[in-house]
Write a protein that binds this ligand. Structure first.
Ligand code: NIG
Ligand code: FE
Length: 394
């Protein structure tokens, strides 16, 4: 059994009851003992037990590692020209997804694997210790299955998104594509996936197709997540709530009824549906940001994630999303940090990550700063000094 003492922590964000800062549960002047990849003890530095090794935080802030619950890392090529056209005034429609599908189908497994690993490494260096990874740029049985197999090599949080868009070859027979997704594609994908997701939006999948696909996934034991209400108002959020989704993601265009549905208590093994906001997408599509304040004031559980993908949000940076959420979405720094850690864990229905309490996984970051406030206060500055995942320095 190997042990590591993280000592001289100026500010420890625990996301546990007690401590300062409301839900952040901040403790000061403490040490944290890691044993076998888990948090084994937290207490005043002077009472710290002996350990095999010591990591000196030198008075800095220590936080749970970021939980990025929404990312599309399995793809080839990029769409920088599409981004430039948007910045020159073109709207984002999602139509570019098919461009990435073409490039992804043409790529080798090793090319896809290299991109996934590069982006995962990039995210890790910015403090992300858990990252959900979706398929959705293959859209054939073989390409969806290999996308998920590659994703599953490095993440236990993998999501089958065969229903991202209807691929060009099925454009005039979407019912047949839904049949393919629910039949052979799901069968090939399910062994590598924990979740199923649908892009429920005008131009992608309507509510009947989305409900059918999500129900097929549930029937083989996959948990539900939905891309909902990104480009305009629609039925995605309420469909997600109806099906007991772990999360509905984007939530940019919400009616009062959508907010009420997310805020009203529901029972699904004690869980509710989280609203995951993806401000990198609004940044990169120059769209109005979702109204986080309205959701928080209604009592909805909010998570933040990157949506890392080559079209609408090519960032792997959770600190960037925290800063955007604070500056542009009227979240307090504390709310944004909670949403990027504990919120992401709720969106993945995990209680072993996103918090630092005894028994939790020792996934943590040491900042080059004395307080979590600096993540939004010093935007664009590389503030992640050290990352521990399962207690191991990355
Ligand atoms: O979450 N909206 C659907 N899917 C992605 C965008 C994919 C793309 O443009 O390539 C999203 O924003
Ligand atoms: Fe997405």
């Amino acid at each position: 059994m190997s042990s590591l003492l993280v000592d001289d922590i100026g500010e420890l964000v625990t996301n546990e009851p007690g401590g300062e800062g409301g839900p952040l549960g901040i403790r000061r002047g403490v040490a944290l003992l890691v044993e076998d990849g888990r948090v084994a003890w937290i207490g005043p530095s002077r009472d710290a037990p002996a350990a095999d090794r010591r990591l000196d935080a030198r008075g800095a802030a220590v936080l749970p590692g970021f939980v990025d619950s929404h990312a599309h890392l399995v793809f080839a090529g990029d769409r920088a020209a599409e981004f430039a056209a948007r910045m020159a005034g073109q709207p984002y429609t999602g139509g570019g997804i098919r461009t990435t599908v073409g490039a992804t189908r043409a790529a080798t497994d090793d090319e896809l694997r290299a991109t996934v690993r590069r982006l995962r490494g990039e995210a890790m260096r910015q403090g992300t210790t858990t990252m959900e990874i979706k398929s959705g740029y293959g859209l054939t049985v073989a390409d969806e299955a290999r996308s998920l197999a590659i994703a599953a090599e490095i993440s236990e949080e993998t999501t089958f998104l065969g229903a991202h868009v209807v691929p060009a070859e099925y454009a005039d027979r979407p019912d047949d594509y839904v049949g393919l997704v629910c039949g052979p594609m799901l069968a090939a994908a399910a062994p590598y996936a924990r979740w199923i997701d649908v892009f429920c939006e005008r131009g992608a999948f309507d509510v009947d197709h989305a409900r059918a696909i999500l129900a097929c996934g549930q029937a083989v034991g996959l948990g539900v997540r939905v891309h909902a209400n990104q480009l305009g108002p629609g039925p995605g959020v309420q469909l997600g709530v109806e099906l007991g989704a772990a999360s509905v993601d984007h939530c940019t265009h919400l009616t009062d009824a959508d907010v009420d549905a997310l805020a009203s208590p529901r029972v699904d093994g004690g869980h509710t549906t989280v609203a995951t906001l993806l401000p990198g997408a609004e940044f990169s599509t120059r769209s109005p940001y979702p109204d986080a304040r309205r959701l928080l004031d209604a009592g909805v559980t909010v998570a933040l994630a990157t949506d890392c993908n080559p079209g609408s949000s090519y960032t792997s940076s959770m600190p960037f999303c925290v800063a955007l959420a604070v500056r542009e979405m009227r979240m307090t720094p504390a709310e944004a940090v909670w949403a990027a850690t504990a919120g992401g864990a709720r969106a993945l229905r995990r209680d072993d990550i996103g918090r630092l309490g005894v028994g939790a996984r020792a996934d943590l970051i040491v900042l080059d700063a004395p307080s979590h406030l600096h993540l939004a206060y010093r935007p664009g500055v590389p503030l992640i000094r050290q990352v521990l995942r399962n207690g191991v320095l990355q």
